[in-house]
Design a protein around this ligand. Structure first.
Ligand SMILES: N[C@@H](CCC(=O)N[C@@H](CS)C(=O)NCC(=O)O)C(=O)O
Length: 218
């Protein structure tokens, strides 16, 4: 029987990475549909029909098409409630959404290809790196303060929740792709180690994806 879920993803995309973790965590099988951002495959009319803004990820679930990682995660949460991503407690739930929002609105959009290409074109690659590191460090500083005193295994408890799904891809990309020094962020660094031990996070790693090059360059 054909797999019902199809995930349109790019191996190195942190937004796709979030959704891959959720699919593994919820034990959902899916077909991996690679979209090569470096070859502008996100602009193919076929993909644009799935996501008019031409970004990965997009999820197809039978007749349903859902694009944008946040929307996909909330869809998966409603449709496949096993391993809940959002706690019942309103304060913890808000904290998870705040973490997701810091990463998803105040860090990742500032390191997206169109932004980085624009800066490189108008200035140069050094300015591009400085820009990216500034915004990642600004976000990580805020997250580290927000999680001050955190002693649980994961960011908001001893279970993986929504905030974790946003944190790890951003930390992973920050280290691998943008050379962020995590010694400035001891709580985030400790969480990163815990995520790396977890099978759902291991399976979702960029370099483990079918479209990752054999010697991946981040
Ligand atoms: N808010 C969107 C952002 C999606 C996004 O920025 N995706 C990036 C990869 S992480 C992308 O497809 N970039 C394509 C491009 O920059 O042209 C989400 O969370 O899904």
């Amino acid at each position: 029987m054909a797999t019902r879920l199809k995930l349109y993803s790019f191996w190195r995309s942190s937004c796709s990475h979030r959704v891959r973790i959720a699919l593994h965590l919820k034990g959902l099988e899916y077909e991996y549909k690679p979209v090569n951002l470096l070859a502008d495959e996100q602009s193919d009319p076929e993909f644009e029909r799935l996501n008019p803004i031409k970004y990965v990820p997009a999820l197809v679930d039978g007749d349903a098409v859902v694009a944008d990682s946040f929307a996909i995660l909330l869809y998966l949460e409603d449709k496949y409630p096993q391993h809940a991503l959002l706690p019942q407690d309103p304060t913890k739930k808000a904290l998870n959404i705040q973490i997701a929002s810091i990463v998803g609105s105040s860090i990742q959009p500032l390191q997206n290809y169109p932004v980085l290409n624009f800066i490189e074109e108008k200035l140069d690659s050094q300015e591009k790196i400085k820009w990216t590191q500034y915004h990642i460090n600004r976000g990580f500083t805020a997250l580290e303060k927000l999680l001050k005193g955190c002693t649980t295994t994961y960011a908001t408890g001893d279970e993986i929740q929504l905030g974790d799904l946003f944190l790890e891809p951003q930390i992973y990309g920050g280290i691998k792709r943008f050379g962020i020094d995590m010694s400035n962020y001891p709580i985030l660094a400790r969480l990163h180690e815990a995520y790396m031990e977890h099978p759902a996070f291991q399976a979702a790693l960029p370099e483990k994806q079918p479209d990752a090059p054999s010697s991946p360059e981040f």
